[in-house]
Design a protein around this ligand. Sequence first.
Ligand code: 5GP
Length: 343
Amino acid sequence: MEEFVRGMPKIELHAHLNGSLTTNMLEELAETKFGLGSPECEFYKEKIADLRNFSSKNLSECFKIFKISHELITNLDLLKKATLLVIQKFHLDNTVYLEIRTTPKRCKEFTKLQYLETIIDSIKESQSTYPEITVKLLPSFDRARGILDAEETLEVISQLIGKFPNTIVGLDISGDPSAGCFKDYKPLLIKAKLLGLRLALHCAEIDGIEDETREMIEFGMDRMGHGTFIKDENLDLLKKNDICVECCLTSNIKCGTVKNYDDHHFNEMFFQHKIPVVICTDDCGVFDTDLSKEILYAVDTFGLDKFDLFNLCKLGIKYSFTSDETKAIITNRVSAYFQNCKF
Ligand code: 5GP
C-alpha cells in the first residue's frame, strides 16, 4: 500500500507556507541568510534542532514554532527560495494539485504587496520547472494579528486579484483561535466573497466555542480547517451546508487537540456521518510529515482501502478552488492511476 499511496496523484488543500518548511529547509535558509558557520547561523540551527520531535499539549504553544521561519525570511530572495522549496517537496511526493496558504507580512525589506507578488512569481516559475503540479494561493488572515492587519491584507489582495484571478483563489482565516472574535471579520469576508474568493476557515479547533462555530457555519464557508470539536447541531449544520472538512491528523496530535490517530475525527466524519473530508498536512515541515504519510496513517488506523482513497481524491478535486477545466484534467490523471490498480 505504501508504494501505491506514494505513487498516487494527490491533492493538498490545507498547507501553510511557513509551516511546510522542514528543519533542513530552515537550516538552508539560515545558512543563506547568515553564512555557514556564522554565530547567527549556529544560533538558529540550535533553535531549529529543538523543532525536531516537537509536540505540545496546548494549541496556543504551537504558534511559537512559526517564529523561526518568520524571523529567517526577511527578504524577497529568501521568501522565493522558501516557496520553491515547499512546492518542490509536494511535487516530489506526487502532489498534482496544491493550494498553499500564507499570511502576508511586511518588514523592512518588503511590503505585503511584494510578499504576495513574490509568492505568485515563485508559483509561476514552479509551473515551468514542475509542470505536473498545479499550485494556487490562499492569503490568510491571522487572528492573532487582529482586524486592522486583516483589512490591510484584503486591500492588498484587491489590488492583485484582477491580475492573478487564476492564482489567488481563496482566503483562509487561521492563527490562534482563542484570539479575537469571528464576527469582527464578517464584513471583510463579505468583501472577499465579492472579489470572487472562496473561503477556507479554521473552525472548531478548540473545545467550548460552540456558539462561534455555529456563527461561522451559518455565515458560510466552502471548506473548514480541522473542525475537531464539531458536535451535535453544529455537525448537522455542517452536513446541511455541504462544507468540506480539511483533516490534518498528525498536526492535531502534535498540537495536542487530538489524543492519538485512533481518536481522530476523520473516522467519524468520513465513515459514520458521510461528511465530505480531505486529508491534508497543515504544516508538514514542522510536524515532520508529508501527504503520503498522512494518508498512510489513515489507511493503517481506519483500514481505508483503494476504493476509499479514490473517493477521497475525488472529494479533494470537487472541493478544490480551481476551474472546472483543471478539475477535469486532474480527475483524468487520478482515474487513470486507479484504473491501473486492482480494487
Ligand atoms: P504562514 O502564514 O506564516 O505562511 O504560516 C504559518 C502560520 O499559519 C501560523 O503563524 C499560523 O497563523 C497559521 N497556522 C499554521 N498552522 C495552524 C494551525 O494548525 N491552526 C491555526 N489556527 N493556524 C495555523
